[in-house]
Design a protein around this ligand. Structure first.
Ligand SMILES: [Mn+2]
Length: 364
């Protein structure tokens, strides 16, 4: 990779790292408020500002503003932030992509000009229009570094190749590689990444909270915001002293909260979750609320809420979407997020970033 930015972060400072905002401007602002972001803080936006969510252009505009006002705000590029570059390169596949993504930043920009792809614009015309009106934003996006390096950390969107010199990682791999936490790297610095929803690494209880692996020196922070139905936007907070640091995190999500009115104790047999793409299941034992199923691709047995089971075109059983197969302990007085209260007898909730089922009578 060529675009590496070196920055100095003094000791005794607080670093806030947020990745994968994916156009969710309101959630991003809410999260900054929740962490009491102020001008003393260092803020690292670790890629994927754009696409999938509802307002990419507002996120880009807002973060451009933050970074122009403060030398402590730094941004890396994610795989979803390279559309401006594709446009400048005249990538012909782009038109097809834009037809299927109404909320792409390029469509949002066209919309601001009162234009849309329906006017049968070709890639050249889109390029001319947008470079004329959004040249500053496009330049800013295409100039984003692939990695940011400090004395103790490397911030990169997806990961590093395990090479003697990490700088030899191919740019494309640095912003697209999957499941970096299952890999290794050869630097002695912490490598902090987004891109791969951390819930994909969960085993017993599905959780969207950042994972800090002190042995591997990898911190994965993608809370699956927008991508996962139960996801959240995470902020990793690094508080530094002269020779040590502590990590903590805070998140924001779009779900309503409520108070637990009665304790609930989980059934310990219920654990794990079903995550895309392993949706195919074989029902083994049907019960009133949860059916014991075997996941055909992983051979794991999980209890699936009955309402989440359907049949695909080939007549095989599948789940409709990612779903927790875990129950969660709650106590009266706990504040939890309600994710799905449309099923019988149980409600899907989130407590401290963890997702699972509790009996309906425990939630008011
Ligand atoms: Mn990504």
């Amino acid at each position: 990779m060529d675009k590496i930015k070196n920055i100095t972060i003094p000791n005794n400072s607080r670093i806030i790292v947020i990745s994968d905002i994916h156009g969710e401007i309101e959630l991003f602002k809410e999260l900054l408020k929740k962490v009491h972001f102020n001008k003393e803080d260092y803020l690292i936006i670790n890629g994927d500002l754009c696409e999938k969510g509802s307002n990419s252009e507002a996120v880009v505009k807002y973060i451009m503003e933050l970074s122009s006002k403060s030398l402590k705000v730094h941004v890396t590029e994610g795989n979803c932030d390279t559309l401006a570059e594709d446009l400048l390169d005249g990538n012909p596949d782009l038109i097809e992509y834009l037809y299927h993504r109404p909320h792409s930043i390029l469509n949002e920009w066209l919309d601001q000009l009162g234009m849309s792809l329906n006017e049968r614009l070709n890639i050249q015309e889109v390029k001319e229009l947008l470079t004329k009106h959004f040249s500053e934003e496009m330049k800013w996006l295409t100039n984003l570094p692939t990695a940011i390096e400090t004395d103790r950390y490397i911030f990169v969107h997806a990961g590093l190749e395990d090479k003697k010199d990490w700088k030899n990682t191919k740019r494309d791999n640095a912003i697209t590689m999957s499941s970096f936490l299952e890999k290794t790297h050869s630097t002695d610095k912490y490598v902090i990444v987004g891109h791969w929803p951390v819930v994909n690494y969960s085993s017993d209880t599905p959780s969207h909270n950042p994972i800090i692996d002190e042995k591997k020196k990898i911190i994965a922070i993608d809370g699956g915001n927008v991508i996962k139905e139960t996801g959240q936007l995470n902020a990793l907070i690094i508080e530094r002293t002269v020779d040590a640091e502590s990590f903590s995190y805070v998140y924001a999500d779009p779900f309503p909260t409520c108070k637990v009115v009665k304790d609930f104790c989980k059934d310990p047999r219920m654990k794990g979750s079903i995550e895309y793409p392993f949706y195919e299941i074989i029902p083994l034992e049907e019960n009133n609320d949860f059916t014991l199923c075997e996941q055909t691709e992983t051979n794991r047995q999980v209890y699936v809420k009955n309402e989440y089971i359907s049949r695909n075109k080939k007549g095989r059983s599948t789940v409709k979407t990612d779903v927790s197969c875990t129950q969660i302990n709650v106590n009266a007085g706990d504040i939890v997020s309600v994710i799905d209260d449309t099923c019988s007898a149980y409600v899907l909730i989130k407590k401290d970033g963890k997702v699972g089922w509790v009996a309906k009578e425990c939630i008011r």
